[in-house]
Design a protein around this ligand. Structure first.
Ligand code: NAP
Length: 210
């Protein structure tokens, strides 16, 4: 990578394992939240708040001043609350699409809640943020012209040196931390990938190279 590329010195107080876990989810979440103009006074529901993108999105949306509702499994409720969510919904007990609430932005951070299901939970003029499934590209084009709720699918993730320096600053100021679930030695990369594919990891999985 060129020196002017998207890289920054590792925050001094952060381990290499933690620093590795900052890259992907945070960069993706940052691009998505900016595309939806998440800011002070706006509300956002983050579905899949305990994943890699989700744990990053909760912290970044909170930093941007939004009112954050997070959806995750019962076992992750306390973690997600500690990341700054104002309200946490356990999806094993409650269906957010049926609670009568509406948000400025619904962010499906794990690709499991289609736009059609979320539509009534999005305020008029609001947005649905997608992270997966190519049909969302067609929906994004369609809803940019028709209707009052937009689908946004900011792929591929683009991030700049300024973004990486911004994340470094947030980490150093104590506004952001990487959530690391398991660490695997590089030799066990197959086991690591199998665990990630269970969709049950919390935050990130890191490979260590000795
Ligand atoms: N657009 C892009 O360029 C791009 C790049 C990378 C990834 N992606 C996509 O972004 C999505 C998220 O990636 P990721 O790596 O952040 O995901 P991830 O960390 O693998 O997601 C794992 C999380 O999914 C949650 N989960 C599993 N089943 C669930 C359910 N039924 N309802 C709600 N949550 C559930 C789990 O939370 P609980 O334990 O709390 O249930 C777990 O914390 C994926 O679909 C991936 O393909 C897109």
């Amino acid at each position: 990578m060129r020196e002017r590329g998207p890289l920054a010195p590792k925050p001094a107080a952060m381990s290499f394992e933690e620093a590795a876990a900052v890259c992907d989810g945070a960069a993706l979440a940052l691009g998505c939240l900016r595309a939806a103009n998440v800011r002070q006074g706006r509300s956002i529901l983050i579905y899949g708040a305990s994943g890699s993108i989700g744990t990053a999105a909760v912290q970044l949306a909170r930093y941007m001043g939004a009112d954050v509702t997070a959806v995750c499994n019962a076992k992750n409720v306390e973690l997600v609350r500690s990341l700054g969510a104002d309200c946490v919904i356990d999806y094993t007990r409650a269906d957010f699409t049926q609670n009568g609430e509406a948000y400025d932005v619904v962010f499906d951070a794990v690709g499991m809640q289609p736009f059609g299901r979320c539509r009534d939970s999005i305020r008029p003029g609001g947005a649905y943020l997608a992270t997966d499934h190519l049909h969302n590209l067609a929906l994004a084009a369609w809803t940019s012209r028709i209707g009052n709720r937009k689908v946004l699918f900011p792929i591929p993730p683009k991030y700049t040196k300024e973004d990486v320096l911004f994340l470094k600053q947030l980490i150093e100021e104590g506004h952001y931390r990487a959530v690391v679930d398991r660490r695997y030695p590089l030799d066990d990369v197959v086991d690591a990938a199998a665990y990630v594919e269970t969709k049950q990891k919390t935050g990130n999985v890191v490979l260590t190279v000795t």
